[in-house]
Design a protein around this ligand. Structure first.
Ligand code: COA
Length: 175
């Protein structure tokens, strides 16, 4: 899979991504708003294992975001099942040196377009942790709306946090 936007690309992970993944993922400012499966500290071994795991079985639809030099972040969608099978949850992160340049807003728009058109999803959602204002903004920029708040539903770094659920219907998505 290759999705281009400006000077960036959303593509499959490859073995050459290990060093950049380790460099940018090993940052508490990134991991504090992600599930514990994205650990901190994030070791080179974690990077190696992730790329191996995704190479074996990419049911999570996980992809790298890269510039012309290297991997700078990641984006993915977790398919749901049963009555939720036409929904998927998206997740994303970007290396801190690249924040606040509009990169993720563009990446999420391109990725949602891909998911709606290539996988027949009717709805995409995202779960945002309390305090993550940049992520809320990216989702609002893409057309997601806040559909609900789960109070103190997250236990992260020894704190309970509210969880905000954002949703985007295919019929409301404008590229
Ligand atoms: C969330 C994240 C991906 C955003 O990426 P990005 O490329 O910097 O996002 P963009 O530049 O497209 O947009 C960020 C928006 O948030 C705003 N913003 C950034 N920090 C903010 C803050 N502390 N308070 C309010 N708004 C903030 C920016 O001004 C920008 O708004 P704009 O679109 O009106 O200009 C990045 O911060 C990140 O990787 N965070 C850690 C991991 C994470 O939270 N992932 C998402 C989990 S749901």
């Amino acid at each position: 899979m290759n999705l281009s936007f400006e000077n960036y690309i959303i593509r499959n992970f490859n073995d050459d991504d290990v060093d950049s993944l380790f460099k940018y993922a090993n940052n508490i400012n990134v991991s504090q708003y992600l599930r514990d499966s994205f650990p901190y500290p994030y070791s080179k071994q974690n990077a190696l294992e992730w790329i191996y795991f995704i190479g074996q079985n990419n049911t999570n639809l996980a992809f790298a975001i890269a510039d012309e030099h290297e991997l700078i972040g990641g984006i993915g969608a977790m398919p749901n099942n049963d009555v939720h099978r036409l929904n998927a949850e998206i997740g994303f992160w970007l290396g801190e040196p690249f924040w606040n340049k509009g990169i993720m807003t563009k990446a999420v728009k391109v990725f949602c377009n891909y998911l709606f058109n290539s996988y027949n999803y009717n709805k995409l959602c995202a779960n945002v942790f309390e305090g993550n204002e940049a992520s809320k903004k990216v989702l609002l920029n893409t057309g997601f709306i806040l559909e609900g708040t789960l109070r103190k539903n997250i236990f992260k770094n020894n704190k309970f946090l509210d969880q905000y659920i954002y949703g985007l219907l295919k019929e409301d998505f404008k590229r």
